[in-house]
Structure formats: structure tokens, C-alpha cells
Design a binder for this molecule. Structure first.
Ligand SMILES: [Zn+2]
Length: 587
């Protein structure tokens, strides 16, 4: 948050969101706003808008919205302080040396620094366990068996978490408070409140963030313990979907060679890197997340997916292809041939066939469409039904090919390979394209429209009418006039802000709201400007008061009908009279 008087606040005051966004998105003036194609979701017609006066942006398609900082954070996949720095640089605002921060920020930074330090110590603890203990010896034998010698163990910082249950805990406890230990995810608490090591009797792989700091561990069971793989939980310094294993060391090679090899697990990444291919990263698990793809996309837009050949790996490959295509990646897929009757993951393949064979396979790896056709050909193509299933499997990917000529070429190949009449396939393709077009048109579901005009007007006045905002907020609050409205939560947040006498910042208020409510607020703020008067506000308030009375009246009426002979009938009737009178008075 840009606190008043802070550097971030100063940058926000001086920065022009139109100019900053304009560096990423081609913007066109449209009425009071600027519009363009949303950089956060694929679209052909603009639903992304920037408001030069309010200094906010909003996408009516995917619902992303915020101020100049949230835009840069989303675009650059960076944290708030970094976004402030980037915006300041773009706008030529001198950046002060980092010094005094807010107390909470300082505390959070200290906590993060302590957690990083703790992970560094845990890492040397695990490494030492592997090197020096009897248990570690068994682990070393296992690694040796997997082809990992001492040199590799050292190079990749592989360690061992002993079986005792509290060895690491005892080591760290001397220095760190219990709360921080639990926060780190290295230590867990059982039901009785006792602390114990999260990782026991496991090989440890250090997971580093982009700048090479160990922030988590991925651990493989040494014996038959379940789960086979156990990772660090989400912590203040680690979010699984933001980190790719080995990225810190692979990024230079990825940038230089302009492609990356994407594998599933640490052992695969290590095997591939040891084969001399340093531009490899692992998603650490089968599901690749969008932030991981965006991280990778900062270094290259070309990737070879080489997941495990089992069913889970295949499904993950297909899902990854989809996600990667959405982010405009050029995707190739390496499906390694089985060795004997064993399905080969990269680790096994390199151990059995050698590095050169792997490099050759990598070079020959086909574009994703070929891989998908090969998958489709495994389906039963002897029946019409089977062919239809194969076609339905391929169609979504085929549609994602942006280039028309290329798409047409692939359509021909598919029809040949699957023996489907080409006209039939082309008809299916253009039907799908037409459906997609109509989908795009109807897709932006505008949540703001569910708010009634009165609500929308009042929200705008609360935001903009400096002269009577406070009075308006008080009136709304006193009668609880906004309760039960579609926009109830938006009003609640606006009223708090208005009564605090702070400037009304859409982004900051939006940050307090759930996604749907925030979208509603932003959509309303992007509606054409209209001068609001106190008279208009009063008539809106009146309408809300009437609404409440009518509601209560309906309720009383229902009770009267339901409980004709009850003891409270008299009271109900009196109340009804009162309400009717008030309703006439309000009129
Ligand atoms: Zn969007």
C-alpha cells in the first residue's frame, strides 16, 4: 500500500498510469478512458480500460484491476517494492536509498530474512548429515545407486534428513523462536502441541528462489515411507507455484540458448543438467502453474516439455501444452522411448543411454502438434466414434495455433494421419472457431450490472462527492440502509473509508474486497462521469429507506397470514399500521 507521505505515495502521485501501461499495451483513447487488448488474458477485442483521472485500470473480461503498481506487479511478476522502483524509473523519479520503512514492513522483512537464514542453516545441517552420519551413509549408497557421485551431491546441494524426529529441531531451537520454526515449515506441531521435524529419513533437495537463496526443500523418502515425495509447505518465503527448481542456475543458459527443457522432478533436472544441458528446470510435481510459466517467460518463450511417460505425466504434458500456448510459448514435446519394457523418465534414460542420446532426442523432439497426433493415433480409429473422439481431443489445441496458414497445414496433416476427410475436419474447425468467437463476445460477465442504478449512483457519489461524502456515509450507516443490497460489501468498505476522512483510493478499498465485489466497484467507477448533487443523494437514500420499510412490511404481512390466531397478531397488526404510515410519509 502506498502510505501517505511514503516514497511509494510520491511515485503514485507523479506517475501517469496511462504512460506506464502504454509501455506494455497499445492504448487507444475512447471517451474519457483508454482501452486496449488485455495483457492478462487472450482476447481479440479490447476489454481492458485505463482511467486517466482515477489512475486505475480494469479488465472487463478477466476482472483484473488496480492501480499503476498492481499493474506492474502483475506484468512483471514482482512484489510491491520492486513495482514502485520500476514505476519510479519509468517516470524518471529519483529513488531514495532504502532506509526507514513502516514498522510492519520492517518486521516482515526481518522475519523473511530470518527464515532465509534458517533455511541456509538447515541446508548445511542436511548436507552434513549426509556426509558424516551412519544413516547418511545408507542415503549416500542409495544416491550412488542412482548414479549420483560425491561431485554431483556437492554440486546440487543434496542432503539428508535423519530419522530421529527432532534432530533438525534441536539444532535450530538454540537460535530461533518456536513460532518462527513452525512458520518455516521445517518443523511441524503435533496434536499435543509438541514440535517435530517435518522431514524424516529423507533425501533432501534444496529448492532455491530465482536469486539462489534456499527457500524450501523437496524430499524423497529413503525407504518405502509415504508419501514418496514431501515438500515444504507454503511459507512467507516460498510459494510453490512461483518457483521452478533449478531456475536460479538455469536462467543464464536459458536466456543464452533461448529455450528451456521442462521436466517433472528434481532427479530429472539434475540428470539433465549433469548431461551438460544447463537450461533445464523442474516444475516439482506434475502441475505446472501459471506464475511458473510467466517466470520462465521472462527468459524464453520456447520450451521442450519432457515429463514422465506415465499416465499422470501424459496428462500433465497435455495440460502444460495448453497453459504454455496460452502464454504464447513455442512448445515441443519430448516423449522418450521405452527402454526394454521400462517407461523412461529423463533420469533413467540418461543413465541407460547416455547424455549424447538424450541430447539427440532433445534435438529431434517434435512440435507439440506431432506429439498430440501421435497420442490421438493411439485411440481406436477404426470406428467413426473413435475418430470423433480423437478429433475432439485435438481440436482445442489446433484452435490455439495463432497463425492461420500453420493451422491449415496442421489440419491437412491431421486429416491424413487420422484418415479423416479433410472437408469434415475443416468444417469442424470453422464451427469451433465460430463458437469461440461468439463465446468471446458474450464472455465478459459484467458483475456491476447486478447492482441497481441507485446503488451505482450512491457508490459513485461516495467515491467522488467530496462535499457531502461524509454526510452520505453517515446516513447510509445509521439506517443500515445498504444491508441486503447486492453491493452491501462494497458499501461497507466505502463507508468505513469515507468516515475515516482519508482520500478515497479505489485500489486500496478494492484490496479489502473479495474479487467479485472489487470487480463490481471497478466496473461502476468506469461508467461515464455524472455530477452528483446532495438532492440526488437524498432521493437515493429515500428510495433505500422505502425499500427497507417495504421489506419489513412484506415480512409482517407474511407473519400475519401464517399465524392468524397467534398471540402476537395484535402486535403484528400494529406494526403493520406503523409501517404503512411511514411509507406514506416517505413518499
Ligand atoms: Zn483481462
Amino acid at each position: 500500500m502506498a502510505e501517505a507521505g511514503s516514497f511509494a505515495d510520491k511515485v503514485k502521485q507523479q506517475a501517469d498510469i496511462v504512460r506506464v501501461v502504454g509501455e506494455y499495451v497499445r492504448l487507444k483513447k475512447s471517451g474519457q478512458n483508454f482501452t486496449g487488448l488485455c495483457p492478462f488474458h487472450g482476447e481479440k477485442t479490447p476489454s481492458f480500460a485505463v482511467h486517466p483521472v482515477k489512475q486505475i485500470f480494469h479488465c472487463f473480461g478477466c476482472g483484473k484491476g488496480g492501480d499503476v503498481f498492481s499493474f506492474v506487479m502483475e506484468m512483471e511478476k514482482c512484489q510491491f517494492p520492486e513495482a514502485v522502483r520500476i514505476v519510479a524509473e519509468k517516470c524518471g523519479i529519483a529513488i531514495p536509498r532504502p532506509k526507514e520503512r513502516s514498522p510492519e514492513e520492517r518486521k516482515e522483512n526481518q522475519q523473511r530474512a530470518a527464515l532465509v537464514e534458517m533455511h541456509r542453516e538447515a541446508q548445511s545441517f542436511f548436507v552434513k548429515q549426509l556426509e558424516t552420519t551412519a544413516e547418511g551413509k545408507a542415503a549416500r549408497a542409495y544416491l550412488e545407486d542412482r548414479g549420483l557421485n560425491a561431485e554431483a551431491i556437492a554440486r546440487f546441494g543434496i542432503g539428508y534428513a535423519p530419522s530421529g524426529g527432532d534432530a533438525l529441531l534441536r539444532y535450530l531451537k538454540q537460535k530461533y523462536a518456536e513460532k518462527l520454526l513452525v512458520e518455516s515449515g521445517l518443523v511441524s506441531r503435533d496434536q499435543s502441541g509438541r514440535l517435530f521435524d517435518r522431514f524424516r529419513r529423507r533425501i533432501t533437495f534444496a529448492i532455491a528462489n530465482e536469486s539462489g537463496k534456499v527457500v524450501a526443500f523437496g524430499c524423497r523418502a529413503l525407504g518405502d515411507d509415504l508419501p514418496k515425495y514431501l515438500n515444504s509447505p507454503e511459507t512467507p518465503i516460498y510459494s510453490k507455484s512461483n518457483v521452478l527448481y533449478y531456475m536460479d542456475r538455469a536462467k543464464d543458459a536459458i536466456r543464452r540458448q533461448d529455450f528451456a527443457v521442462l521436466v517433472e522432478g528434481y532427479m530429472d533436472a539434475i540428470a539433465v543438467a549433469r548431461a551438460g544441458i544447463n537450461n533445464v528446470v523442474a516444475s516439482c510435481g506434475t502441475s505446472l502453474a501459471e506464475p511458473q510459466i510467466k517466470l520462465l517467460g521472462r527468459f524464453t518463450k520456447r520450451v521442450i516439455v519432457n515429463y514422465d511417460p506415465d499416465a499422470a505425466g501424459q496428462a500433465a504434458t497435455e495440460r502444460s501444452i495448453s497453459l504454455l500456448l496460452e502464454q504464447d510459448f513455442e512448445v515441443r514435446v519430448l516423449a522418450l522411448p521405452a527402454i526394454g519394457d521400462k517407461k523412461a523418465d529423463p533420469d533413467l534414460f540418461i543413465r541407460e543411454k547416455g547424455a549424447d542420446a538424450y541430447i539427440k532426442a532433445l534435438k529431434d523432439s517434435p512440435p507439440y502438434v506431432d506429439y498430440l497426433i501421435a497420442r490421438a493415433r493411439q485411440m481406436d480409429l477404426t470406428t467413426g466414434e473413435g475418430k470423433l473422439r480423437a478429433l475432439n481431443f485435438l481440436m482445442p489445441y489446433l484452435q490455439k495455433i495463432p497463425n492461420r496458414l500453420l493451422r491449415s497445414e496442421w489440419a491437412t496433416r491431421i486429416s491424413q494421419q487420422l484418415r479423416i476427410d479433410e472437408p469434415v475436419l475443416r468444417a469442424a474447425l470453422s464451427k469451433a472457431a465460430a463458437e469461440r468467437r461468439s463465446e468471446v463476445k458474450t464472455q465478459p460477465e459484467l458483475v456491476g450490472k447486478s447492482a441497481k442504478p441507485i446503488e451505482r449512483r450512491l457508490i459513485r457519489m461516495l467515491m467522488e462527492a467530496e462535499g457531502f461524502r461524509r454526510e452520505l456515509a453517515q446516513q447510509l450507516q445509521q439506517g443500515g440502509l445498504y444491508r441486503g443490497l447486492e453491493t452491501e460489501k462494497v458499501f461497507a468498505a466505502l463507508i468505513v473509508a469515507a468516515l475515516s476522512d482519508q482520500p478515497m483510493q479505489a485500489t486500496e478499498i478494492g484490496a479489502l474486497l473479495e474479487d467479485r465485489d472489487r470487480r463490481m466497484l471497478f466496473e461502476i467507477l468506469f461508467e461515464p462521469a455524472q455530477e452528483g448533487t446532495w438532492e440526488e443523494a437524498e432521493s437515493c437514500l429515500e428510495a433505500l429507506r422505502r425499500r427497507l420499510i417495504e421489506q419489513e412490511l412484506a415480512e409482517v404481512q407474511r407473519s400475519i397470514e401464517a399465524n392468524a390466531a397467534g398471540p402476537s397478531l395484535r402486535e403484528l397488526l400494529t406494526r403493520k399500521q406503523e409501517l404503512m404510515k411511514r411509507l406514506t410519509a416517505e413518499r
